[in-house]
Ligand binder design. Structure first.
Ligand SMILES: [Zn+2]
Length: 338
């Protein structure tokens, strides 16, 4: 089962010769959704911020702090002025999605920041979030992500399953969708049928032939992730937007594919882990087994090709999250989320 590519390939520098941020917009659903490229890591098609237009516009995802200039330039180019943005929604607080939230909130002083109640406190006091990102990302923290700046508590709205985000002429329904992280929400727009799935469905970048699960440490949870895919399916979505990157069609087939691939990755990692108890062996096994998820020929002119995939959902990160999950399961310390 296949889905269409998430986006046409193309790589760009983050700024032009005059040092101005690059702008890339993809318009969907009669311009009710505009994907604004954050040029994360200086590459196109890594992380999108989705502007949902309407009387009370909302931005879903900000990308990392170091990519905020491109995002703000993109929003300015479609006339989003300082007091107009009503809401900033974060699917979860990993820094490639939420790291720029403090800076975007400062640029849009009327915007309320909507985030899962499980992780909300970290946005007000991001010291631990930044410290743990620094550990996970290593040198990439300072070159690709950057620190999240604090958001005043009065601007943060902590939400849970069933809460609603008002877009003025329609609304978004909050779905609690843990698995990728315990602080993950998805958003469903009943009017357009669109789901914004953050990282909970996986990633599909230019050049990829399949949806790749995103199973990072520290709290990836296999059953919760599969349950979350089922929750999306129950909404019978007309569109499914991945943060990395853009729509995958048809959505129900994409959800089937995501579940199938997640089971395959987990089974492969589990066999390698119990055969060796070596994290490196698990990572190497996954990398070899799933090398065909990326087709270099499809993006022959794309200078960044595989780099995006390694940045976002490489085999080492997925191996580490899966192994941590197996260890917690074996110790009996898995908490029941979802
Ligand atoms: Zn994530």
């Amino acid at each position: 089962m296949t889905t269409t590519p998430a986006a046409e390939p193309g790589g760009h520098e983050p700024s032009d010769e005059q040092g101005q941020p690059q702008i890339r917009l993809d318009r969907h659903d009669d311009e009710q959704v505009i994907a604004v490229d954050t040029f994360t890591g200086g590459m196109s098609h890594v992380t999108a911020g989705f502007l949902l237009t309407g009387p009370r516009p909302a931005l879903v995802e900000t990308g990392p702090a170091l990519a905020v200039d491109a995002l703000l330039a993109g929003l300015a180019s479609i006339g989003m002025s300082g007091d107009e943005l009503a809401t900033i929604v974060l699917t979860h607080i990993h820094l490639d999605h939420a790291g720029g939230a403090g800076d975007v909130a400062a640029a849009f002083p009327n915007a309320e920041v909507v985030v899962c109640d499980v992780g909300a406190r970290h946005l007000h006091d991001p010291e631990r979030l930044n410290a743990s990102a620094r550990r996970v990302y290593g040198p990439l923290h300072d070159t690709v992500y950057g620190d999240c700046t604090p958001i005043p508590t009065e601007r943060i709205r902590a939400v849970g399953d069933g809460d609603v985000v008002d877009l003025g002429d329609r609304h978004l329904e909050v779905l609690y969708t843990p698995g990728h992280a315990k602080h993950h929400i998805g958003l469903f727009d009943p009017d357009t049928g669109a789901i914004y799935s953050g990282d909970s469905v996986g990633v599909k970048l230019p050049g990829m032939t399949a949806i790749r699960p995103a199973t990072p440490p520290a709290d990836f949870h296999l059953e919760a992730a599969l349950d979350s895919l089922e929750r999306y399916r129950e909404r019978d979505p007309a569109r499914l937007f991945l943060a990395h990157y853009g729509p995958v069609d048809p959505p129900l087939e994409a959800l089937d594919e995501a579940a199938e691939r997640l089971r395959l990755w987990a089974d492969t990692a589990e066999a390698a882990w119990y055969a060796s108890s070596e994290l490196d062996h698990v990572a190497e096994t996954l990398a070899a087994r799933f090398a065909d998820e990326y087709d270099p020929e499809a993006v022959a002119d794309d200078p960044y090709g595989r780099e995006r995939l390694e940045l976002l959902s490489g085999a080492a990160s997925n191996a580490a999250g899966l192994v941590r999950y197996f260890q917690r399961r074996d110790e009996g310390t898995l908490t029941d989320v979802g």
